[in-house]
Design a binder for this molecule. Structure first.
Ligand code: BES
Ligand code: MN
Ligand code: ZN
Length: 491
């Protein structure tokens, strides 16, 4: 990941130059200087490439002269349609074309400070790479980009605008690191240890082990955990950033499913694709990255993050289909399928959260159902909520960040499908509408609090790259929720 540097606008004399260009724009500033210094080579190349500055367009000009190794032009679209997101996406596209360059400069001199920062932020988000376990990579296969200079007309304002974005990309990278880690490394205990390191940002961290969870009556979470030699943990991360006079206001609460590996348990999953279940902790990973972002950018808000960390394994000590467990709420659950474990983990953590913190709202994130992938594919997360105002805010933040969510229904007729013959409820229903009935199950543990559930099973991991996200862990939800908080709860 490159280091970001801010500098006054001056035409670089070496390395790569990124030219963000809008539709119907004429050369000025660094763009014009670069064109003149290369005796019009840039203008000629753009014409041949039929580059018009349309959104999503990009073109590379190699060795145009004036000492530049390459010029990457990226389209910004029409001025009227420009947004922080569209500019970030242009930055991401530029980044993907710069991998072999050790240093590049972005001609952000014609962008206002917030957008000059945003283009660098987009490039940063795209530059992520998880290379912890590559020990024999050939240098020619490794990205080189080490330095990205933002040429800005107001360095101070651009640097100020970039500070919270930096916290955000670092938070998202923490999430991507956690989600990318294999399950032999990232056990519940190891996950909790990595959370402890976040104390350096001013977060308060508490870690609960199996004994404490037994005392709290977490029968559902412990039932999932009992088949694994890797002990469960619950982590509580607290950020108290609200200034007086509202410093004691109730926190916003974020809850993450953290199944560090989901074999399905005794209701075991098929072998094909099971390796994907290392990222069944993406909800918890997202909450961790979000809390680290809020703390690192000193967000003026109180927030808590709770992680339910377990491994779902089959073994002689694993729970069986048909077992009945008692949740922290006192409600009992007949576990008809041990692979519907996420809702069991969240049931106890949601209950604990509302009971201890009386939060303004609870938002949980979970790779909860395969069925949400059938509904929405890999484009949007499923949103379920008992609160229209909260749902509306999430939809809006989704549009603004490109981490889009689609609202799904809830209702009595779905809820009653959870009826069990021997306990208060069962943990599965039939296949029809099973993302919805999973959400109904969760709703039984929110005790009437304002709540939203994001089913991120389809969006937590990308098998193809997009402008802001390389292949692999996406950190979906970190940018969405950071924006939700920033736009609605900071004053
Ligand atoms: N972690 C899975 C859901 C999942 C599937 C996430 C695919 C990402 C990709 C969850 O624990 C699960 O196994 N759900 C079951 C529920 C079923 C047993 C009611 C499912 O979706 O099949
Ligand atoms: Mn499962
Ligand atoms: Zn799962």
């Amino acid at each position: 990941m490159p280091e970001i540097i801010f500098a006054d606008p001056a035409l670089p004399t070496s390395g790569a130059l990124v030219l963000p260009i809008g539709e119907e724009e004429t050369p000025s500033g660094i763009w014009q200087q670069a064109d003149e210094a290369t005796a019009g080579a840039i203008g000629r190349a753009l014409a041949v490439a039929e580059f018009t500055g349309k959104k999503g367009q990009s073109t590379t000009i190699l060795a145009p002269g004036a000492g530049l190794s390459r010029v990457v032009a990226v389209g910004l679209g029409k001025a009227a349609e420009r947004s922080r997101l569209s500019v970030e996406e242009a930055g991401g596209a530029a980044c993907s074309l710069l991998a072999r360059e050790p240093a590049a400069a972005i001609a952000a001199d014609r962008l206002e400070p917030a957008l000059a920062a945003a283009i660098a932020h987009g490039a940063m988000l795209r530059s992520y790479r998880f290379d912890r376990y590559r020990t024999q990579e050939k240098p020619e296969e490794t990205p080189r980009l080490a330095q990205l200079t933002v040429l800005a007309s107001d360095i101070v304002a651009t640097r100020t605008a970039y500070a919270p974005m930096r916290a955000l990309s670092e938070g998202a990278f923490l999430t991507r690191d956690l989600v990318s880690e294999p399950a032999n490394v990232l056990t519940p205990a190891e996950f909790a240890e990595r959370c402890r390191a976040l104390a350096r940002f001013g977060l308060t961290i508490e870690v609960f082990g199996p004994e404490e969870m037994r005392t709290l009556g977490f029968g559902a979470l412990l039932g999932v955990a009992q088949g694994s030699v890797n002990e469960p943990r619950m982590v509580v991360l607290q950020w108290r950033g609200a200034p007086s006079p509202r410093s004691d206001e109730k926190p916003l609460a974020f809850i993450g499913k953290g199944v560090t590996f989901d074999t399905g348990g005794i209701s075991i999953k098929p072998a094909a694709g099971m390796e994907d279940m290392k990222w069944d902790m993406a909800g918890a990973g997202t909450v961790t990255g979000l809390m680290s972002t809020l703390a690192a950018r000193q967000a003026p808000v109180n927030a808590v993050g709770l992680l339910g960390l377990v491994e779902n394994m089959p073994s002689g000590s694993a729970q069986r289909p048909g077992d009945v467990v008692k949740t922290a709420s006192g409600q009992t659950v007949e576990v008809l399928n041990t692979d519907a474990e996420g809702r069991l983990v969240l049931a106890d953590v949601l209950w604990y959260c509302q009971n201890r913190f009386d939060p303004r709202f609870m938002i949980d994130l979970a790779t909860l159902t395969g069925a949400i992938i059938v509904s929405l594919g890999h484009e949007q997360a499923g949103l379920f909520s008992n609160d229209d105002a909260l749902a509306e805010k999430l939809l809006k933040a989704g549009e603004a960040t490109g981490e889009r969510v689609w609202r799904m229904p809830l209702g009595e007729s779905y809820d009653k499908q959870l009826k069990s013959d021997i306990a208060d409820m069962k943990n599965i229903t039939g296949r029809p509408g099973s993302s919805i009935t999973a959400a109904q199950f969760l709703q039984r543990f929110v005790n009437g609090k304002a709540w939203a559930h994001l089913d991120i099973a389809g969006v937590a991991w990308a098998t193809k790259e997009s402008s802001l996200v390389p292949k692999g862990a996406t950190a979906f939800g970190v940018r969405l929720l950071d924006r939700l908080v920033a736009e609605n709860y900071e004053n």
